[in-house]
Design a protein around this ligand. Structure first.
Ligand SMILES: Cc1cc2nc3c(=O)[nH]c(=O)nc-3n(C[C@H](O)[C@H](O)[C@H](O)COP(=O)(O)OP(=O)(O)OC[C@H]3O[C@@H](n4cnc5c(N)ncnc54)[C@H](O)[C@@H]3O)c2cc1C
Length: 464
């Protein structure tokens, strides 16, 4: 088992207490432990992995949360390799399907070709995005030239101002729903540009081969977290939400549901919105407090539909589809092998998904897959879905849906330490923010910072 399930009561001490057992928290703990420091990782959920979660459909392990890595995601790849997890290429052979304006078409490559005019417009808007992306300071987007202007409009308003054609808008809406869990009207242009810059540009963000969707993990991404936690042993405490962090000149006291932990430093990896559930004493400065109020999480849902065989491959399709209407807006083939079972992963819009009964959700997805891939899609052998917005603890994902003004007003507080409280987590990353790779890098980086502080701290020994 990964981590200790039973919350312990009473008090404990450590050099560092890490809040959250996602990729950032586990990476921070791993680094600290490797130098001989004592660490306790406290996780509010009954499992490790955070926004990585495994499920099973027709006997196949699938990723209900984070899935893909790019060849450039070297930090998470290294971590996976160290714990014996392996990658497999995302299947993308054959034609892709586009469902747009009530019509079904097929296309090849990343960008769908509806008409020459639509293609020209897509290229024009891509260039416009990349031009702005090049101006963004990846480590401090709020200090980029023209940051206030870029943060005063939503991504959607900017697309309007640029007179983006419907096809371009539809593609950008899909990008927005997958990246930030919201439509373009709900996310600041500056926030969108920051994440596109962090992801290595729009092409790298969208591509399969050579891009962010190139590979996935055979064992699933949560399995990487489980194996790291296994190595950390009883240093990881599950079912232990942190309610309060008090600090004085000598250390921090972290109050959880089951007792208090005294440490020299705390590393908090909760997403900005989830920091709000922790009371800080002394209170967070105004900007850091504002961050927790305004950086709300986006929401995204995923469904997996299994068939005897990946029949779409025989029909010449890759299993990749884009749609501009309905519940499902993207599909991918995540079948384990050509012989079957065949598994289609569908990203679903929570607004037309989460509120329905499990049966109705399944029905909506299966009907849409039949529109995309034909009548064989009507007879699945298994089905599974997950609504990230409905998670009971730390809900939401994949990333924050940050509205206009909140990046310039509060972004600086993302990683500015609050005394002995240091921040890590995917959102605090410069390069690769919004990914597992970013989370791993921030965990390791923050651990290094705290190690430096500990080595200069004359009182450190007293807290072991
Ligand atoms: C549907 C979906 C698809 C995604 N797809 C991809 C993908 O393909 N590739 C990719 O790289 N990334 C993807 N991501 C994003 C990726 O999952 C995250 O960027 C990354 O996992 C974040 O790791 P983290 O450690 O920073 O945060 P988290 O994983 O959120 O970990 C933070 C932990 O802190 C815990 N916590 C919060 N508050 C408290 C508290 N008060 N007390 C104790 N514990 C607390 C939470 O329960 C959580 O476990 C996806 C995410 C989702 C949801």
């Amino acid at each position: 088992m990964s981590g200790s399930r039973k919350p312990r009561s009473g008090s404990a001490t450590a050099d560092v207490v890490v809040v959250g057992a996602g990729f950032a928290g586990l990476s921070a703990a791993e680094r600290l432990v490797s130098t001989g420091r004592s660490v306790l990782v406290v996780e509010g959920r009954d499992r490790v992995g955070g926004r990585s979660l495994s499920g099973e459909v027709a006997g196949v392990r699938v990723d209900l949360g984070a899935t893909w890595v790019s060849p450039r995601h070297t930090a998470v790849r290294d971590l996976a390799r160290r714990v014996g997890c392996t990658t497999t290429g995302q299947f993308d052979q054959g034609g892709n399907v586009l469902w747009a304006a009530g019509k079904r078409r097929t296309y090849t490559g990343t960008i769908p070709t509806v008409s020459p005019a639509a293609l020209v417009d897509m290229a024009r808007m891509q260039r416009a995005v990349e031009k702005l992306v090049a101006t963004i300071d990846v480590d401090a987007a709020w200090e980029s030239p023209g940051a206030a202007r870029l943060d005063a409009v939503s991504f959607g308003e900017w697309l309007d101002r640029k007179n983006a054609l419907p096809g371009t808008r539809a593609l950008m809406t899909i990008v927005s729903k997958v990246q930030w869990g919201c439509t373009p009207g709900d996310v600041s242009l500056l926030h969108a540009l920051r994440y596109i810059r962090s992801a290595g540009g729009l092409a790298h963000m969208l591509d399969v081969e050579g891009g962010q969707q190139q590979d996935r993990f055979v064992e699933t991404t949560q399995e990487i977290a489980r194996r790291v936690a296994e190595r950390l042993g009883d240093r990881v405490r599950l079912d232990t939400p942190v309610h309060r962090i008090t600090q004085d000149e000598e250390g921090v006291s972290v109050r959880t549901a089951s007792g208090e932990i005294r440490a020299a430093y705390a590393i908090v990896t909760a997403a900005p919105a989830h920091r709000a559930a922790i009371a800080f004493d002394p209170a967070l400065p105004e900007q850091a407090e504002g961050l927790t109020r305004t950086w709300r999480m986006g929401v995204l849902s995923k469904a997996f539909v299994a068939y005897e065989k990946p029949f779409w491959r025989t029909d010449g399709y890759s299993g990749e589809a884009l749609t501009d209407t309905g519940t499902v807006f993207i599909t991918f083939d995540v079948s384990p092998a050509p012989g079957g079972p065949g598994v289609l992963m569908a990203f679903c819009d929570p607004r037309v998904f989460d509120g329905f009964s499990p049966e109705a959700r399944r029905d909506r997805v299966v009907r849409q897959l039949a529109d995309l891939y034909g009548p064989q899609a009507r007879t699945p052998i298994d089905y599974l879905d997950h609504c990230w917005g409905a998670e009971p603890f730390a809900p939401g994902g994949p990333n924050p849906a940050v509205a206009p003004y909140a990046t310039v007003s509060f972004g600086k507080a993302l990683s500015e330490p609050h005394g002995r409280v240091h921040w890590a987590g995917s959102e605090t990353a410069g390069e690769w923010a919004g990914s597992m790779n970013g989370a791993v890098l921030t965990g390791q980086r923050t651990a290094e910072r705290v190690l430096t502080l500990l080595s200069g701290d004359v009182r450190e020994g007293a807290l072991r």
